[in-house]
Design a protein around this ligand. Structure first.
Ligand SMILES: CC[C@@H](C(=O)O)C(=O)SCCNC(=O)CCNC(=O)[C@H](O)C(C)(C)COP(=O)(O)OP(=O)(O)OC[C@H]1O[C@@H](n2cnc3c(N)ncnc32)[C@H](O)[C@@H]1OP(=O)(O)O
Length: 251
């Protein structure tokens, strides 16, 4: 089982279940996420859609480099666009979305969390928009979302540094919404989400409709998908090939 969906007290919780791969996203996870979002959007008992990773070490380590590392040209672009479309759906989801960042978020894992409305981060987690060190840029629309959600200079600094940062550093930049102590992680995120699920679905959806207007403009959509095309162009670059080799042949 690569991913699972659980329902509890108005929360639809999607968990990536690949702890042995640090919850890297492969095609099976993409398919499961698409199905989970479809169901959660349609189910009137689901008021909040949350995403987390299994195992407690990592939230998500981005794209599965064992599965995607050999893709080139049109195939790489197709993979990036497919996940980009899913993250665009998540960004414009009709109900509040929460990333429960319970460990390392890196590369596309940061983009997944950025697409959510709110990011609750377990104390001690590391967050890294490291793409710039791998010879690529964010491939799933992450920079477009970051530029819209963080102050401009902070967003650019995070992308250009391309390093792992603490939950506290990312809070100062406006990415982390709350840092939750590790020992009470589960109780605390449940309590926080329970406050949202007390509101009626109509209220939640009305706020999300208002929030979603800016993402639905033709201008934003074009920026988002052009960003993905730029990453696709860099995917086959020598710098990225070297980074892939270094990761795939790591002993
Ligand atoms: C495709 C979109 C693009 C984007 O838009 O950004 C991307 O997401 S590119 C991918 C970016 N992600 C990375 O570069 C992360 C690479 N992984 C790491 O840096 C580290 O693994 C980690 C996530 C910091 C965890 O380190 P650690 O706890 O020391 O574990 P290991 O390194 O030993 O890994 C354990 C296990 O997991 C496998 N793994 C980790 N990340 C990935 C990944 N992204 N894809 C595939 N597999 C991954 C790793 O290979 C190990 O497996 P085994 O060797 O089989 O034990």
């Amino acid at each position: 089982m690569e991913a699972k969906m659980e329902y509890e007290a108005g929360v639809g919780l999607f968990t990536i279940c690949r702890p042995e791969k640090r919850n890297a996203i492969n095609f099976a996870v993409m398919e499961a996420l698409e199905e989970a979002m479809k169901r959660a959007a349609a189910d009137e008992h689901v008021k909040v859609f949350a995403i987390t990773g299994a195992g407690g070490e990592a939230f998500c380590s981005g794209g599965d480099l064992h599965e995607f590392g050999h893709l080139r040209g049109a195939e790489a672009k197709q993979m990036l666009t497919r996940m980009g479309e899913l993250l665009y759906k998540l960004l414009t989801f009709p109900k509040p979305t929460v990333a429960l960042v319970n460990g390392t978020a890196i590369g596309g894992g940061c983009e997944l969390a950025t697409a959510c409305d709110i990011r609750l981060v377990k104390e001690g987690s590391r967050i890294g928009f490291v793409q710039g060190r791998l010879g690529i840029t964010t491939g799933w629309g992450g920079a477009s979302m970051l530029f819209a959600k963080l102050p401009y200079g902070q967003a650019l600094d995070v992308l250009l540094r391309a390093e792992l940062m603490t939950a506290e550093e990312m809070k100062a930049r406006g990415w982390t919404d709350a840092i939750v102590p590790a020992e009470s992680w589960r109780e605390q995120w449940r309590q926080r989400l329970a406050v949202y699920t007390e509101r009626s679905l109509a209220v939640l959806q009305a706020y999300k409709a208002t929030a979603g207007e800016k993402w639905r403009t033709a201008w934003f959509r074009e920026q988002f998908f052009t960003e993905i095309d730029r990453c696709a162009e860099l995917w086959g670059s020598r710098e990225h090939e070297q980074a892939l080799r270094a990761f795939l042949h790591k002993k």
